[in-house]
Design a protein. Structure first.
Length: 103
């Protein structure tokens, strides 16, 4: 009986861990994807006087902005770039830029 409870608990824990991993972004993959972003935002995501900094931005906030750009809710040059991003790409990029220092 105890082993059955243990197995159920382990299965539940595994599902919970998998769900958490899928919900977040992969910063290492985000770093790879960021090559296109660097053209405007710079290698460190600090932007300039014309392009906003994205380094250190909260991952959830950045993912929301990218999703809005992709859907056309926020009108800017970013719509063209974001239109090609998958949901996972957005999470990965947001996770990566959240790891960078703001300065």
């Amino acid at each position: 009986m105890l082993s059955k409870k243990l197995i159920v608990a382990m299965m539940f824990g595994s599902m919970l861990a998998a769900g958490t991993a899928m919900a977040g972004g992969d910063a290492a993959n985000g770093k790879i994807l960021s090559a296109d972003c660097a053209d405007c935002h710079g290698d460190k995501g600090l932007g300039d006087e014309e392009v906003p900094a994205i380094a250190g931005m909260d991952a959830a906030e950045q993912a929301k902005k990218l999703t809005d750009f992709r859907s056309g809710v926020s009108d800017s040059e970013m719509v063209d770039y974001a239109s090609e991003l998958s949901d996972q790409d957005i999470l990965d990029l947001a996770a990566y830029y959240a790891t960078l220092p703001k300065n």
